[in-house]
Design a protein around this ligand. Structure first.
Ligand code: ZN
Length: 191
Protein backbone atom coordinates (compact mmCIF):
# COMPACT_ATOMS: atom_id res chain seq x y z
CA UNK A 1 0.00 0.00 0.00
CA UNK A 2 1.32 3.46 -0.86
CA UNK A 3 1.67 6.17 1.78
CA UNK A 4 -1.41 7.91 0.40
CA UNK A 5 -3.47 4.72 0.38
CA UNK A 6 -2.49 4.00 4.00
CA UNK A 7 -3.36 7.56 4.95
CA UNK A 8 -6.78 7.36 3.27
CA UNK A 9 -7.51 3.98 4.83
CA UNK A 10 -6.69 5.26 8.32
CA UNK A 11 -8.69 8.42 7.76
CA UNK A 12 -11.80 6.52 6.76
CA UNK A 13 -11.74 4.59 10.04
CA UNK A 14 -10.91 7.71 12.05
CA UNK A 15 -14.06 9.40 10.82
CA UNK A 16 -16.24 6.28 10.94
CA UNK A 17 -15.26 5.57 14.53
CA UNK A 18 -15.86 9.23 15.44
CA UNK A 19 -12.35 9.57 16.87
CA UNK A 20 -12.62 13.28 16.08
CA UNK A 21 -15.04 13.86 18.91
CA UNK A 22 -12.36 14.56 21.52
CA UNK A 23 -10.91 17.31 19.27
CA UNK A 24 -14.09 19.27 18.61
CA UNK A 25 -13.60 23.01 19.23
CA UNK A 26 -13.96 26.27 17.28
CA UNK A 27 -11.58 28.44 15.28
CA UNK A 28 -10.88 30.98 18.04
CA UNK A 29 -7.74 30.26 20.11
CA UNK A 30 -8.89 29.70 23.74
CA UNK A 31 -5.51 30.80 25.15
CA UNK A 32 -5.39 33.79 22.78
CA UNK A 33 -2.00 32.71 21.45
CA UNK A 34 -0.48 32.72 17.99
CA UNK A 35 2.75 30.76 17.68
CA UNK A 36 5.33 30.91 14.90
CA UNK A 37 7.56 27.86 15.08
CA UNK A 38 9.61 25.46 12.97
CA UNK A 39 8.26 22.61 10.85
CA UNK A 40 10.75 20.22 12.50
CA UNK A 41 9.20 16.75 12.85
CA UNK A 42 10.39 16.43 16.46
CA UNK A 43 8.09 19.27 17.45
CA UNK A 44 4.86 17.91 15.92
CA UNK A 45 3.50 16.47 19.18
CA UNK A 46 6.22 17.53 21.61
CA UNK A 47 5.73 21.30 21.34
CA UNK A 48 1.99 21.36 22.12
CA UNK A 49 2.47 18.85 24.96
CA UNK A 50 5.40 20.77 26.45
CA UNK A 51 3.36 24.01 26.38
CA UNK A 52 0.15 22.37 27.63
CA UNK A 53 -1.67 23.22 24.41
CA UNK A 54 -4.70 21.29 23.37
CA UNK A 55 -6.78 21.43 20.23
CA UNK A 56 -8.39 24.86 20.10
CA UNK A 57 -5.85 26.63 22.35
CA UNK A 58 -3.54 28.36 19.85
CA UNK A 59 -2.98 29.29 16.23
CA UNK A 60 0.25 27.61 15.11
CA UNK A 61 2.13 28.81 12.03
CA UNK A 62 5.05 26.69 10.88
CA UNK A 63 7.85 27.07 8.40
CA UNK A 64 11.50 26.07 8.10
CA UNK A 65 13.24 27.75 11.03
CA UNK A 66 10.32 29.86 12.36
CA UNK A 67 11.73 32.63 10.19
CA UNK A 68 9.88 35.73 9.10
CA UNK A 69 11.62 36.86 5.97
CA UNK A 70 9.29 39.64 4.93
CA UNK A 71 7.10 42.07 6.85
CA UNK A 72 4.41 41.60 4.18
CA UNK A 73 4.76 37.89 3.46
CA UNK A 74 2.39 35.02 4.20
CA UNK A 75 3.66 34.21 7.72
CA UNK A 76 3.20 37.82 8.84
CA UNK A 77 -0.23 37.90 7.22
CA UNK A 78 -1.18 34.81 9.22
CA UNK A 79 -0.08 36.52 12.45
CA UNK A 80 -2.19 39.58 11.61
CA UNK A 81 -5.24 37.40 10.85
CA UNK A 82 -4.76 35.60 14.19
CA UNK A 83 -4.65 38.96 16.01
CA UNK A 84 -7.42 40.83 14.24
CA UNK A 85 -9.81 38.11 13.14
CA UNK A 86 -9.31 35.45 15.78
CA UNK A 87 -8.54 37.38 18.93
CA UNK A 88 -4.91 36.41 19.62
CA UNK A 89 -3.31 38.65 22.29
CA UNK A 90 0.19 37.18 22.49
CA UNK A 91 2.61 36.18 19.73
CA UNK A 92 5.19 33.52 20.57
CA UNK A 93 8.14 32.90 18.26
CA UNK A 94 9.67 29.52 19.15
CA UNK A 95 12.94 28.44 17.53
CA UNK A 96 14.67 25.23 18.55
CA UNK A 97 18.09 23.76 19.24
CA UNK A 98 19.58 21.75 16.36
CA UNK A 99 17.49 23.53 13.72
CA UNK A 100 18.25 22.59 10.11
CA UNK A 101 18.16 26.29 9.21
CA UNK A 102 21.28 26.92 11.29
CA UNK A 103 23.97 27.79 8.77
CA UNK A 104 21.85 26.60 5.85
CA UNK A 105 24.24 26.10 2.93
CA UNK A 106 22.60 27.98 0.05
CA UNK A 107 25.33 26.99 -2.45
CA UNK A 108 24.98 23.34 -1.43
CA UNK A 109 21.22 23.55 -1.94
CA UNK A 110 21.62 25.12 -5.40
CA UNK A 111 23.92 22.18 -6.26
CA UNK A 112 21.15 19.82 -5.17
CA UNK A 113 18.67 21.63 -7.45
CA UNK A 114 21.03 21.00 -10.36
CA UNK A 115 21.63 17.36 -9.41
CA UNK A 116 17.85 16.82 -9.34
CA UNK A 117 17.53 18.09 -12.90
CA UNK A 118 16.87 21.82 -12.57
CA UNK A 119 18.81 23.39 -15.47
CA UNK A 120 21.61 25.85 -14.70
CA UNK A 121 19.83 28.29 -17.00
CA UNK A 122 16.81 28.36 -14.67
CA UNK A 123 19.02 29.35 -11.75
CA UNK A 124 20.70 32.12 -13.77
CA UNK A 125 17.36 33.39 -15.11
CA UNK A 126 16.08 33.64 -11.53
CA UNK A 127 19.27 35.35 -10.36
CA UNK A 128 19.04 37.81 -13.27
CA UNK A 129 15.46 38.68 -12.38
CA UNK A 130 16.48 39.57 -8.83
CA UNK A 131 15.87 36.26 -6.95
CA UNK A 132 19.19 35.96 -5.16
CA UNK A 133 19.63 32.37 -4.03
CA UNK A 134 21.92 33.29 -1.12
CA UNK A 135 19.16 35.56 0.22
CA UNK A 136 16.22 33.31 -0.66
CA UNK A 137 17.85 30.31 1.04
CA UNK A 138 19.23 32.18 4.01
CA UNK A 139 19.21 30.57 7.45
CA UNK A 140 20.75 31.90 10.67
CA UNK A 141 23.88 31.45 12.78
CA UNK A 142 22.03 30.17 15.85
CA UNK A 143 18.35 29.71 16.77
CA UNK A 144 18.46 32.71 19.14
CA UNK A 145 19.51 34.95 16.25
CA UNK A 146 16.68 33.61 14.09
CA UNK A 147 14.12 34.23 16.84
CA UNK A 148 15.38 37.76 17.52
CA UNK A 149 15.24 38.60 13.82
CA UNK A 150 11.60 37.47 13.60
CA UNK A 151 10.74 39.30 16.85
CA UNK A 152 12.19 42.51 15.50
CA UNK A 153 10.02 42.36 12.38
CA UNK A 154 6.83 41.61 14.37
CA UNK A 155 7.45 44.15 17.15
CA UNK A 156 8.22 46.92 14.66
CA UNK A 157 5.46 46.03 12.26
CA UNK A 158 3.23 49.03 11.51
CA UNK A 159 0.08 46.88 11.66
CA UNK A 160 0.77 45.09 14.96
CA UNK A 161 -1.10 46.83 17.80
CA UNK A 162 0.96 47.85 20.84
CA UNK A 163 -1.20 45.91 23.29
CA UNK A 164 -0.09 42.59 21.75
CA UNK A 165 2.88 40.93 23.49
CA UNK A 166 5.55 39.46 21.21
CA UNK A 167 7.81 36.97 22.98
CA UNK A 168 10.73 34.78 21.89
CA UNK A 169 11.78 31.30 23.00
CA UNK A 170 14.05 28.42 22.07
CA UNK A 171 12.81 24.87 22.71
CA UNK A 172 14.87 21.72 23.15
CA UNK A 173 13.48 19.26 20.53
CA UNK A 174 14.26 16.26 22.76
CA UNK A 175 13.21 17.32 26.26
CA UNK A 176 10.73 20.06 25.35
CA UNK A 177 12.51 22.44 27.73
CA UNK A 178 11.63 26.03 26.85
CA UNK A 179 14.14 28.88 27.26
CA UNK A 180 12.80 32.42 27.29
CA UNK A 181 14.93 34.58 24.97
CA UNK A 182 12.97 37.80 25.06
CA UNK A 183 9.82 38.70 26.97
CA UNK A 184 7.86 41.66 25.71
CA UNK A 185 7.62 44.22 28.50
CA UNK A 186 6.70 47.26 26.50
CA UNK A 187 4.93 49.79 28.70
CA UNK A 188 1.65 49.35 26.80
CA UNK A 189 1.65 45.77 28.00
CA UNK A 190 0.99 46.77 31.63
CA UNK A 191 -2.67 46.02 32.20
ZN1 ZN B 1 13.98 23.83 12.72
Amino acid sequence: MSTIQKLMEFNKQFVEQKQYEVYLTDKFPDKKLVILTCMDTRLVELLPRALNLRNGDAKIIKNAGAILTQPFGSAMRSILVAIYELGAREVLVIGHLGCGMTNLDSKGMVNKFIQRGIPDSVISTLENSGIRMDRFLRGFKCPEEGVMHSLEIIRNHPLVPKDVGVHGFVINPETGELTLISEDNRPEMAQ
